[in-house]
Design a protein around this ligand. Structure first.
Ligand code: SF4
Length: 501
């Protein structure tokens, strides 16, 4: 790793500040109307310090505790200690949304990977974005990848006892020396022993290999494939993804793939799929869609993704989007939560969506999905579909296949992050504002929701309301796009704003 600069030190400070410094009791952010909690008098803002005498460490323990039929809640409200006795049916939801998924400290990672995207963020973004978590609980809850370098015997026991499955593990290389070098952590050499232990106990594990050209591609990648076959054949699946590089990257050894390097990765994955299929009866490894774009190769046919087990990691999204768009399926395969899944969700008060209910009312009213359209484009107005540089080659042929002259793809270059950050989930408000300012008034602009947090903010903190044109936010799948194109703005729109004249 090169010598730290002032910017590196600023980022390190931000990373340290991103993790809460103390354990936090769950704070109620919303109470479902008519729920047991509502009937008992629990209110938004209450701090739940104990449930049946125990202090829950995270939302997993919270869920198990609140499934009980009889609950004693110790609560602090405005400095006063209160107690609530609640009787309900066993398993009936309590009707409370709480402030985060982890109440004790999120376990942060002690690795210093040169390819880490958090080190490549600009200074001054909101603190939660700098959180380097390496917490198996967030792996279970959100699909975040953990390196297991901070995993312990007690963690293993809990995972097995509570069946926290599936988990998601960063492998990168099965060679201990190369893995520890990539993680910049000597424990990286040995921590895959926990992967073996998890598999021994029947935990489903999905793996990930972030490929850095010149580091773990080529012969190292092939060796990792052999290592997986030899030592971890019970893995559910393994995603092979390219490293992300932003313009703030300070590591000279980290660079883009050349076309030939991307093609070599695709070839290795293809070859090893055949080996895994022949020996294990499943293909096991899948290359990210980005690789096929970089390699200038067609995406594999849908059947080669075996049900898209790693769709949320960008594996096979082009094929599912295509099938959804052309109406070959009635159900979206699932949405990649994008960057927020990794760094924004845990400390975000509204982020634990798993327990949120549509009727929940939030403390500040922010839970309401307002639809405010007072200057709406005509139903028949021309349509611009906003997407990132890597989304455009996927979506453009689909739009062209419609033969409609009123629909166009608007590619949003990512100047905010620069580098190879062309995925749609990384689109920022700043870049969208720049592009939309040059687009005509009165047109419809469709924006996929994958680039927005639950509160409607882009990664750079800008809100949809601050864009210079009204946008219609649609879900990030082919069904939603087709529906928005077919049905017109008033039906397709899920959220919009008054357009600045
Ligand atoms: S393990 Fe993940 S969060 Fe930690 S330094 Fe590496 S890439 Fe960053």
């Amino acid at each position: 790793m090169s010598a730290p600069t002032d910017t590196d030190r600023d980022i390190e400070r931000d990373i340290e500040r991103a993790a809460p410094s103390r354990s936090l009791a769950p704070i109620v952010v919303a109470v479902t109307s008519g729920s047991p909690a509502d009937a008992a008098g629990v209110r938004a803002g209450d701090e739940i310090v104990r449930i049946n005498g125990d202090v829950p460490r995270d939302i997993i323990e919270w869920q198990m505790a609140t499934d009980e039929a009889e609950l004693e809640l110790d609560v602090i409200r405005g400095g006063l200690d209160l107690a609530f006795s609640i009787e309900k049916r066993e398993g009936e939801p309590l009707g409370v949304d709480v402030s985060s998924a982890v109440f004790d400290r999120v376990r942060t990672c002690d690795n210093h990977c040169e390819f880490c995207f958090i080190y490549q963020l600009p200074k001054g973004m909101r603190r939660s974005l700098y959180l380097k978590d390496d917490d198996y609980r967030l792996s279970f809850l959100y699909g975040n990848f953990t390196t297991l370098t901070r995993f312990t015997e007690a963690d293993l026991e809990r995972v097995i006892t509570e069946r926290l499955s599936p988990l998601h593990v960063s492998i990168h290389a099965t060679d201990p020396d190369i893995r520890s070098q990539m993680l910049k952590n000597p424990r990286g050499a040995m921590s895959l022993r926990w992967l073996r232990a998890l598999l021994d106990h029947g935990i489903t594990v999905r793996g990930q290999i972030v490929v850095c050209p010149g580091v773990n591609d080529g012969a190292v990648l092939a060796d990792t494939m052999a290592g997986i076959l030899d030592r971890y054949p019970e893995l559910d699946s393994v995603a092979v993804v390219p490293l992300g590089i932003s313009k703030f990257n300070g590591e000279a050894a980290m660079r883009f793939h050349t076309i030939a390097e991307a093609q070599a990765v695709v070839d290795i994955v293809d070859d090893w799929q055949d080996v895994f299929q022949a020996t294990l009866g499943k293909r096991m490894v899948y290359a990210a869609d980005e690789y096929y774009l970089m390699a200038q190769r067609p995406f594999p046919p849908a059947e080669r993704y075996d049900g898209f087990p790693m769709h949320e990691d960008g594996i096979g999204m082009a094929r599912t989007f295509e099938a959804e768009f052309h109406g070959r399926t009635d159900e979206a395969t699932g949405v990649r939560r994008g960057f927020f899944a990794a760094v924004d969700a845990p400390p975000n008060p509204a982020a634990y969506t798993g327990l949120r209910s549509a009727s929940a009312c939030s403390a500040d009213g922010a839970g309401t999905q307002a639809t405010t359209i007072s200057l709406r484009p005509r139903r028949t107005a021309p349509i611009g579909v906003l997407t990132g540089e890597l989304g455009a080659p996927v979506i453009a042929p689909l739009i062209e296949s419609l033969g409609r002259e009123d629909v166009r793809v608007i590619t949003v270059r990512n100047d905010f992050f620069g580098g190879n950050t062309g995925v749609t989930g990384l689109m920022t408000g700043e870049d969208l504002a720049r592009v939309l300012a040059d687009e005509p008034h009165g047109h419809r602009y469709l924006l996929p929701d994958v680039c927005l947090s639950d509160e409607g903010r882009f990664l750079d903190g800008i809100t949809v309301d601050e864009l210079p044109r009204a946008v219609e936010i649609i879900e990030t799948d082919g069904i939603a796009l087709r529906s928005a194109l077919e049905t017109g703005s008033d039906v397709a729109s899920t959220r919009s704003r008054t357009e600045n004249p």
